[in-house]
Every structure is written in C-alpha cells, then in structure tokens.
Design a protein around this ligand. Structure first.
Ligand SMILES: NC(=O)c1ccc[n+]([C@@H]2O[C@H](COP(=O)([O-])OP(=O)(O)OC[C@H]3O[C@@H](n4cnc5c(N)ncnc54)[C@H](OP(=O)(O)O)[C@@H]3O)[C@@H](O)[C@H]2O)c1
Length: 270
C-alpha cells in the first residue's frame, strides 16, 4: 500500500517511473506535470486506476502547494516516497564550455544559469518543504532526487567534460540541497539521496542539430574512455529498474543519507 509522488511524469524517465510503479495495483502513484491533458491521454492508455495526475510547475510555489494538498487528500495525509525527477535541462548552453558561451552571449548564459538554478535547486527546495509533512507521516520516508554524473567534479576534471555547464552546476547544487536535508532530517528517519540514472535514451536526441549531435558524440567518446564497457544509452525501463533497486536498498541506518550515487549504487557513473 505504498504511496509515491513523482515529478516530471509527462515523458522520459518520469513517465517510466509512473508506468513501472503503477504496475502494482497496491501502490498509489501520483505524478506532477505541467500539462495535465497531454499526460492524462498517455495515462489513459495504461488503463490503471491507481495513477493520479496533478498539475504543477517547479517554478511556481503556489502550484506545488496545491499539489501537496491534493496529494494529502488522495493518500490520507501521508507519503512514502517523493521522487524529484523533473529537471530543467537548458539546451542552448548544453553544447559548449562556459568560457565559449560567455564570449558568444553572456546574457543567454546568465539566463540558462538562472533557469537551471530556479527549477533544479529552488524548485526542489520548495518541493521538499511542502511534501516533508506528508513524508514524515509515511512509513518508508524516502526522498529521492534524480541527479546526474555530469555534476561529479572528479569526472568533469579527469575527462574534461566542459559541456552542459549550467545544467551540471545546478545538479551539483541540488546534490548539496539533498545532503543539507539529510543532515536536518536523518534524525527523523527520512532518507534523502541523489541518484544518477546513467545515460538514458529518452528520445530527446531527435531534435538536435548535426553540430549538437557531433558534440554529444565527443562526450560519448570520453564516456567510452571512462568506462570501456559502456555500450551507449540504456532504455528508460532498464534505468528505472536500476534506480528503484538502488533506493530500495538505501537506508539512513546503512549510512546512505545525503549520498550522491549512480544507478549502480556507487560512484561508477557508467
Ligand atoms: N536522460 C538521461 O540520460 C539523464 C542522464 C542524467 C540525469 N538525468 C536526469 O533524469 C531526470 C529525468 O530526465 P529525462 O531524460 O527523463 O528528461 P526529459 O525527458 O527532458 O523530461 C524532463 C521532465 O521534467 C519536466 N519539467 C521540466 N521543467 C519542469 C518544471 N519547471 N516543473 C515541472 N516539471 C518540469 C518535464 O515536463 P514537460 O514535459 O512539461 O517539459 C519532463 O516531464 C532529470 O532530472 C535529468 O536531469 C537524465
């Protein structure tokens, strides 16, 4: 009878969380989206009565407050798992280093830095604060933030991963947010953990230009150097199975509070 609240279930990894978790009718799965009608149509095809879709935006505090209140009504005042999956992944700044971006257009660079910060850091801080009263009343007490190995400082420096700066910086900040909440709430039995899903094919590469694909190819080459067994992106299904396995095994008692780990449950990102 576990309950879940997952952000960003309209597509990609978030939708796959919704699909896998709701396959057990005993679970109540609540998903947050920005465009409810579009997701309702996708969810209808699953033909499941244990899914609830709520509208909200991480950059809109009042919408998150409404989602927390609606969640409380659905679950009877508690929540077992909060999965902070939604993220702003600014595309303009994804394909060059921050020095090059600053020379090209400092205003656009600042916009991407602020957008990523507002959604991935401030949005999740509001999300955690608004849902903590429910989590504290839940049985499982797990808050999982979907992070990225792109925020791992050793990986960035060792393999010269200069691209995706604003995104990576915001994810590193979000990891610190998770550690701060763990420091504050581990004593109440709440596990806060950041987990990278690996490289996952969520169908977004179809919209990229030839030049952007080439830059992603260079990054993939660096990934292959880092992990010679890396065979390319995983499917959302494989990634979500791995993520669930990691957070199910993780616990405050086991020393996992505030950790930043991969889909393998360690610091091996690929
Ligand atoms: N895919 C990968 O290889 C990969 C690798 C490392 C980490 N990750 C992380 O995994 C998570 C999921 O990634 P993904 O690949 O599934 O991404 P995606 O396909 O781009 O989906 C992102 C989701 O976040 C939602 N979202 C964006 N801004 C939002 C906001 N302000 N408020 C509420 N929802 C918002 C989007 O909703 P809309 O449909 O409304 O835009 C969408 O549902 C992210 O945290 C990402 O950083 C992914």
């Amino acid at each position: 009878m576990s309950s879940y609240f997952v952000t960003g279930v309209s597509r990609g990894i978030g939708f796959e969380f919704l699909r896998q978790l709701s396959s057990d009718p005993a679970k109540t799965v609540i998903g947050l989206v920005r465009n409810k009608p579009a997701t309702d149509a996708k969810v209808a095809a699953l033909n499941r009565t244990n899914i609830h879709i709520l509208e909200g935006d991480l950059t809109d505090y009042e919408s998150l407050k409404r989602a927390a209140s609606a969640t409380s009504k659905i679950t009877g005042g508690s929540l077992d798992y909060l999965i902070a999956n939604a993220a702003s992944i600014p595309l303009w700044s994804y394909f060059d280093g921050m020095g090059a971006l600053g020379s090209k257009d400092p205003v656009a660079l600042e916009k991407d830095l602020l957008d990523a910060y507002k959604t991935n850091i401030i949005g999740n801080v509001h999300l955690f604060n608004l849902f903590l009263p429910l989590i504290l009343k839940g049985e499982k007490k797990k808050v999982i933030a979907i992070s990225s190995g792109m925020a791992d400082i050793e990986l960035i420096t060792k393999y010269d991963l200069e691209i995706g700066g604003p995104y990576a910086v915001s994810k590193a900040g979000a990891n610190a947010v998770v550690a701060k909440y763990s420091a504050e709430y581990a004593k109440d039995g709440v596990l806060f953990i950041s987990i990278c899903p690996g490289v996952v094919d969520t169908g977004n590469s179809g919209t990229l230009t030839e030049e952007q694909l080439q830059k992603i190819g260079v990054m993939m080459g660096k990934f292959a150097q880092y992990a010679p067994n890396f065979k390319g992106p995983a499917t959302p299904e494989e990634s979500v199975k791995a993520l669930i396995s990691v957070y199910e095994k993780a616990s405050v008692a086991g020393g996992d509070g505030g950790a930043f780990v991969s889909h393998f449950g360690n610091k091996q990102w690929l």
